[in-house]
Design a protein around this ligand. Structure first.
Ligand code: PAF
Length: 288
C-alpha cells in the first residue's frame, strides 16, 4: 500500500492507474477508522480496480467552538487497518498541503447546506463540499463512497456533483451498527461510559418509528412524536433536532408520508453530538 503525503504523489499515482484503464474508488475519511469506514472500503474494492482512502481532519468543516482539537486521531492504526483490507493507496496530507496560504475559494450547496444540521453547524457543509471537491480533483475517482449515516452530507455531495457536472459516481453505503444498535462513528470514542450506554436510545427510537410505519399510514408529525417520546425516556439524551424529511430533497413533509422519507436525528450526550438516520418507506414497507 502506498502512503502519499503530497498532492503531487497521489496525483502521479492516480494518473498511472487511469493510463492503465483502471477504475478508481475513493473513500474520503477524517481517520480514526472503524468498521463503518471499512465497509465503505470493502464496497469500493468490490466495484473498482484500485481503492484510494484519504485521511484528513478538515478544519474548515468545524465551527469555532467545535471539537477540532479533540477529534480522535490514530494514523498508525488507520494505516495498518487499511493495509490489512488491501487498500492500494492512502493520502494523508498536512493542513498546509490541502490549504495553501491565501486559499479563499469555497463550494457550497446554498439551500441543502443551510438546513437541518447546517443550521446547527453553520458553515459545516460548505467545508465538506469544498474539501470533497478538492479531493475529487486530486484523486479523480470514478466512484466515491460515503456512509448513509451522514445522510445530509451524502445528499449535499450528490447535489454538488450533479450541479457542477463532476464526473464521479457517488455511492451511499448503509449505516454499520454496533451489536447494540449504536451507529458506528469516530465520535463514539469520545462518549463517557454512561453516555455510551444511553446513546443506544437513538437506534431504538428509529426502530420504533419503523415498526409503526409497517402497520400504519402515518404523518411526519406522528413519526417525529414517536421518536421524541422514546428518546425522552433517556435522561442523558439532549435532543437537538428530530426531522422527518423527503429522502432526496430533504424538504419538510406535510401530512401523511407518500414517498420515501428520511428520519434524521441530532442528539447530544454529554459534550458529544451524535447523529443517526433511517430511511422510512411510506405505507407498509420500511428499509434502512
Ligand atoms: O464524513 C467525513 O468523514 C468527512 O465529512 C469527509 C467527507 C471526509 C470530508 O472531510
Amino acid at each position: 500500500m502506498q502512503v502519499c503525503e503530497t498532492k503531487l504523489d497521489i496525483f502521479a499515482l492516480q494518473t498511472g492507474y487511469r493510463k492503465n484503464g483502471l477504475k478508481i474508488g475513493l473513500v474520503p475519511t477524517m481517520g480514526f477508522l472503524h468498521d463503518g469506514h471499512m465497509e465503505l472500503v470493502r464496497q469500493a474494492r468490490a466495484a473498482c480496480d484500485r481503492v484510494i482512502v484519504t485521511i484528513f481532519v478538515n478544519p474548515t468543516q468545524f465551527g469555532v467552538n467545535e471539537d477540532l482539537s479533540s477529534y480522535p486521531r490514530d494514523l498508525e492504526r488507520d494505516i495498518a487497518m487499511l493495509n490489512a483490507e488491501g487498500v492500494d493507496a492512502v493520502f494523508t496530507p498536512s493542513l498546509q498541503e490541502m490549504y495553501v496560504p491565501g486559499s479563499e475559494t469555497i463550494i457550497e450547496a446554498t439551500r441543502l447546506s443551510r438546513i437541518l444540521i447546517g443550521r446547527l453547524r453553520p458553515g459545516h457543509f460548505r467545508g465538506v463540499t469544498t474539501i470533497v471537491a478538492k479531493l475529487f480533483n486530486i484523486c479523480q475517482p470514478d466512484r466515491a463512497y460515503f456512509g448513509e449515516k451522514d445522510y445530509q452530507q451524502l445528499q449535499v455531495i450528490k447535489r454538488m456533483v450533479r450541479d457542477l457536472d463532476i464526473p464521479v459516481e457517488i455511492c451511499g453505503v448503509p449505516t454499520v451498527r454496533e451489536t447494540d444498535g449504536l451507529a458506528m462513528s469516530s465520535r463514539n470514542a469520545m462518549l463517557g461510559s454512561k453516555e455510551r450506554q444511553a446513546a443506544v436510545i437513538l437506534s431504538q427510537a428509529l426502530i420504533a418509528a419503523e415498526e409503526f410505519c409497517l402497520t400504519n399510514r402515518v404523518s411526519a408529525q406522528k413519526l417525529s412524536q414517536i421518536i421524541r417520546d422514546k428518546i425522552e425516556t433517556e435522561p442523558l439524551a439532549d435532543i437537538r433536532s428530530i426531522d422527518i424529511r423527503d429522502a432526496v430533497t430533504l424538504a419538510p413533509i406535510r401530512g401523511t408520508l407518500n414517498a420515501p422519507a428520511a428520519a434524521l436525528l441530532a442528539v447530544g450526550f454529554g459534550d458529544v453530538l451524535l447523529i443517526d438516520q433511517k430511511t422510512l418507506h411510506a405505507k407498509l414497507s420500511v428499509q434502512q
